[in-house]
Design a protein. Sequence first.
Length: 280
Amino acid sequence: MHEFSKTILLVALGLAVVAAAFSAPISRATSSVSPSPTSAVTIPLYGSFSAPAGWGWTPNNITEPGPTLTVRQGDVITFHLFSNDTVPHQLIIDLNNDHMNSTGDAFSVQFSSKTTATVFTYTASTVGTFPYFCGIHGYNVQRGQLVVNGPPSAPRSLAAAAGNATVTLTWQAPASDGGSAVTSYKVYRGATAGSEVLLTTLGNVLTYTDSAVTNGQTYFYQVTATNGFGESPKSNEVSAIPNVPPPPGDNTLLIAGGVIVVVAIVAIAAAAMRMRKKKV
């Protein structure tokens, strides 16, 4: 019986060790969850200068303008480029929107095969709408649009107004919503410049009153906007010092100003009288 009990104990210890071995990595994996990686997007694109001129997903749907290509910020796009008419073409992504192949634009090598793809890879790092066109035949003959969606731009013109144990913030909506409507704003607050941490999340509003403040203390603020693609950069930074307002009817400054004016008038009059006596 004693030997049997020892056997049962050893089996139990063995199962516990196995369970620990399996649970440890699972626990680590759960705690290290990160945002979804950037998507890899493959886009076939056929160019044609001969009628019908333009671009298309396939040889049978060439249009001018060509199809609108929609991706998300950070997507890695692999273009499979074909020449539908077997004449040379070149894909230009017009990042500065000047309809020319300029410095800073992304561009492929020339391609002229209808059956063998020329591969061109581009990372959509900037949110916005960008023309694409043929670098050989020109924007007016072969063009389309690449739309890169992403988080909005930063809220604009953040301002802070101090009150009695309150700070009221106002701001303007971002210049760009990133291709998806702004749904909320986040307010960040800190005790020193650059130290802001998340204070609260709001709906789609353009003002917030912070009443969890102490008179005489300086507070720093920034605001971000959020849409379906993520959170914007932070706005400009502002600061405010809430204070108790002077009591009603406190005319200290007015009285002081009046005294100064009276003293000045008396001094001028005395100087004038001295001048007259000298003349006499």
